[in-house]
Write a protein that binds this ligand. Structure first.
Ligand SMILES: Nc1nc2c(ncn2[C@@H]2O[C@H](COP(=O)(O)OP(=O)(O)OP(=O)(O)O)[C@@H](O)[C@H]2O)c(=O)[nH]1
Ligand SMILES: [Mg+2]
Length: 481
């Protein structure tokens, strides 16, 4: 009988293509090894053939039309992508309902968490050593009823943690600190609202949520909306039972006063659903398309989305790239500058009175101007169409109507009227001026005033863009003269 070689790689561990045949093996082991090698080679050949087939088809067919979405964090890039999906891939957009439902639940508990944090701060002032000094008097006193609601809602922080765990379980996300931390018994209070969860879009995070809310073999699984109503981990029932308390908290004038004093403007934050609590905490809540557009999940990395889009009988492949806009993510943009047909640049101009979340010294509008300057002057992009979306016009309208003045943040605006028409045409001229001054080659200034959460108006703009790019592309490939 042949001697066994000690400490040999087991058949399971070995890579059959890279491991030398062992010096000693039994006939059975030899046959097993050969069979394994043959199977591995067959697999490898199939992959090679598939790759070659894909390359050949890419060589044969016209090049896909490529669009890159750029702009600072929360400018509306992923929301624009959702509009593309709604228009050109409705089936997969709707198939994601269960996942977006979980994101909306996360958005709701995050808002409630912000209120609970503000209440904790107010309580601290009430009981703290400096309670007899001046600053305490600024914060409203919390009534026993409100404090009872607070204790009733505190378990929602656990629901938030659970949702975040599910979301990030596939290693696809990053969480920034969300809880109060205790150091030497001292409560370290966050200045602003709880931080966001960010998701690396290259990894299919939705499968994590599908696992959370969907399982095809459960009796009540409804394939239409993909929601598994019997899932024991679904936070829906907990949110439903806490709904009245959440509504009371949000409707309380004392809480509104507290948030105002603390400068926590939840209704201006992304993923705000507290005005729709009745609906989004209903026992059988299914998100509408509009809800999905309003749901907020911060992007990490770059993701590619493919569409088949037709115009005048001609069908073309499109690739739309969504990127993370946070400063830490911007280094990942440049490798995609090559070979883009168009860049949609989103500047959320309603943010003229806000600062970047990642650097509180930088005004958001100023950051958009700097980013736009960098994009228009980039040599690699000199032949790329640039389409500017001056976004969040709905929020701009509300803000200006509430008396917030553009001239207080953009000094050069001086005494011009503080209405939507004048402010937008002023800002449009400024962005246009930068394009004309800094572009390496003369180029057309395409600019739209947008509210990308409004599907009808965005649909029209994207359809026009589609026609323009299809025409350009056909001209390039000499199909029309
Ligand atoms: N009211 C309003 N909300 C908008 C508009 N555009 C986007 N939003 C909301 O703003 C939030 C941020 O939008 P996203 O599309 O996630 O922003 P993003 O540019 O992808 O941000 P990052 O992924 O962090 O780079 C979401 O909750 C959107 O629903 C708009 O025009 N009006
Ligand atoms: Mg995004």
């Amino acid at each position: 009988m042949a001697t066994r070689v000690v400490a040999r790689l087991s058949v399971d561990d070995a890579d059959p293509l890279s491991v030398q045949p062992p010096l000693y093996e039994t006939p059975d082991e030899r046959n097993a090894r050969i069979a394994l090698e043959q199977a591995a080679k067959a697999r490898s050949d199939t992959i090679d053939e598939e790759l070659e087939r894909m390359r050949a088809s890419e060589r044969r067919g016209p090049k896909p039309i490529k669009i890159l979405l750029l702009g600072q964090s929360e400018s509306g890039k992923s929301t624009t992508l959702k509009n593309f999906q709604l228009m050109y891939d409705l089936k997969s957009f709707r198939a994601q309902r269960a996942s977006w439902r979980a994101v909306i639940q996360l958005n709701v508990v995050r808002s409630i968490h912000s209120i609970l944090d503000a209440m904790t701060r107010a309580e601290k002032y009430d009981h703290g050593p400096s309670s007899s000094t001046s600053s305490k008097g600024d914060l409203p006193l919390l009534t026993p009823e409100l404090l009872a609601i607070k204790s009733r809602l505190e378990p929602l922080v656990e629901v938030e943690k659970m949702l975040i765990r599910r979301l990030t379980s596939a290693g696809s996300g990053e969480i920034e600190a969300t809880q109060l931390q205790t150091t030497n018994g001292t409560v370290v209070l966050p200045k602003s609202s709880p931080k966001e969860v960010a998701i690396n879009s290259t990894i299919p995070w939705r499968s994590a949520f599908n696992k959370l809310v969907g399982s095809a073999d459960r009796g009540s699984f409804e394939s239409e909306d993909g929601i598994d109503w019997d899932d024991p981990d679904d936070p829906g029932p907990v949110l439903h039972s806490a709904s009245e308390h959440m509504k009371q908290l949000w409707a309380s004038p004392i809480i509104q006063q507290l948030l105002e004093k603390e400068n926590v403007r939840l209704e201006q934050l992304s993923g705000f659903f507290l005005d729709s609590l009745d609906r989004v905490t209903a026992a059988r809540y299914i998100p509408t398309d509009d809800d999905i557009l309003r749901a907020r999940l911060k992007t990490l990395g770059v993701s590619e989305h493919r569409f088949k889009i037709s115009t005048s009988g001609s069908v073309r492949d499109w690739k739309v790239y969504d990127v993370g806009g946070h400063r830490s993510q911007r280094a990942a943009w440049a490798p995609y500058f090559d070979d883009m047909d168009a860049i949609i640049f989103l500047a959320p101009i309603s943010c003229f009175d806000q600062v970047l979340e990642e650097d509180h010294k930088v005004n958001r509008l100023e950051d958009s101007f700097k980013l736009w300057t960098m994009i228009v002057s980039n040599q690699l992009l000199k032949n790329t169409n640039l389409i500017l979306f001056l976004n969040k016009i709905d929020i701009l309208r509300t803000k200006l109507a509430s008396g917030i003045k553009l001239r207080d943040y953009v000094v050069s605006y001086q005494d011009r009227p503080n209405d939507v028409e004048s402010t937008t045409s002023y800002l449009k001229r400024k962005f246009g001026g930068i394009l004309h001054e800094r572009s390496p080659l003369p180029r057309v200034f395409y600019c739209h005033l947008t509210t990308v959460t409004d599907t009808n108006s965005t649909n029209r703009i994207l359809s026009n863009l589609k026609d323009m790019l299809m025409r350009q592309n056909l001209m390039k490939t000499n199909l029309i003269s």
